[in-house]
Design a protein around this ligand. Structure first.
Ligand code: LHQ
Length: 262
């Protein structure tokens, strides 16, 4: 397996844990990190042994978005749009489209593109030390990395605009109230609570979970009739899995199911 320096990548018992690892810069993203993160996401997609992905940050930040110092040095030959298309857009879509559950374990601040990456995860567990800010407006930019899309979905247009226009930094409890995170746990509980949730998901019916993710994504942009059709089509696929048969057998035999992700 590749040796990731600016990011950690550990696989244990079906759970891949990716750790953004530039703590002195709040894990702001360099080109190297972006490439390594894309590699790690690709491995997570291809390896059937990985059944849940955890994304977290080392130190006191989750991810402060683009490394602004590095960007000063690289912008010019490469436009901002090209930079986004080649990097952050692929990270965000990669996480979103991964047909496995992805947990964002928010240890600290998520800002700018780092917020986009956090919101591209399916679930967010936060420490009280976590905070969320769009940050773009602070440097005169518009939201990128999917932040406008996710906030529109999670907050609705008015609250999304307020959050984006003010660059407000919300703490974990506010984020919970707003529905931006699923759960807040004590700082020293973040890792065990995240890994416990990840282990549960990694022992789940992986195809069913991946399809559930896909069905929800389609429901966000289809009308009811189209969603019903898409659900029915997806159910044909889920119905044909070994995990479905195991789930029914376990129910009838009154025992816990042993899902194998098949
Ligand atoms: C950083 C960063 C950082 C470098 C903290 N870069 N050093 C797309 C395309 C093109 C261009 C631009 O970007 C994008 C997408 C984006 O992501 S745009 C948004 C970029 N991110 C930001 O604007 C956030 C900048 N950071 C901040 O506003 C604050 O650092 C936050 C609110 C995240 C955290 O504040 P504090 O907790 O007070 O920490 P701090 O500011 O003291 O940061 C700690 C260190 O990390 C500090 O360095 P120092 O040498 O003074 O200890 C910061 O300079 C460094 N750092 N973010 N993005």
């Amino acid at each position: 397996m590749a040796d990731y320096e600016p990011i950690g990548f550990v696989v244990h018992d079906g759970v891949a844990t990716i750790t953004l690892n530039r703590p002195d810069r709040l894990n702001s993203l360099t080109q190297q990190m972006t490439r390594d993160l894309l590699d790690a996401i690709k491995i997570c997609g291809r390896d059937d042994g990985i059944r849940c992905v955890v994304l977290t940050g080392a130190g006191r930040g989750f991810c402060a978005g683009q490394d602004l110092a590095e960007f000063q040095a690289i912008v010019g030959p490469v436009s901002v749009g090209e930079h986004l298309r080649a990097g952050f857009n692929r990270i965000v879509l990669g996480l979103y489209e991964l047909e496995k559950p992805v947990i964002g374990s928010l240890n600290g601040v998520a800002a700018g593109a780092g917020l986009g990456i956090a919101l591209a995860c399916d679930l967010r567990v936060a420490s009280p030390k976590a905070s969320l800010t769009a940050a773009f407006i602070g440097i005169g930019l518009v939201p990128d990395s999917g932040v406008s899309w996710f906030l529109h979905q999670l907050l609705g247009p008015a609250r999304a605009f307020a959050f984006l226009a003010t660059g407000e930094r919300v703490d974990a409890e506010q984020a919970l109230l707003l529905g931006l995170v699923n759960q807040v746990v004590a700082a020293d509980e973040l890792e065990p609570a995240t890994q416990e949730l990840a282990a549960r998901l990694a022992h789940g019916p992986t195809r069913g979970l991946g399809l559930t993710k896909r069905v929800l994504h389609h429901a966000a942009r289809l009308d009811l009739a189209q969603t019903l059709a898409y659900e029915a089509m997806s159910q044909d696929i889920a119905f044909a899995t070994a995990d479905h048969r195991e789930g029914v057998a376990a129910f009838l035999e009154k025992r816990p199911p042993q899902f194998r992700g098949e």
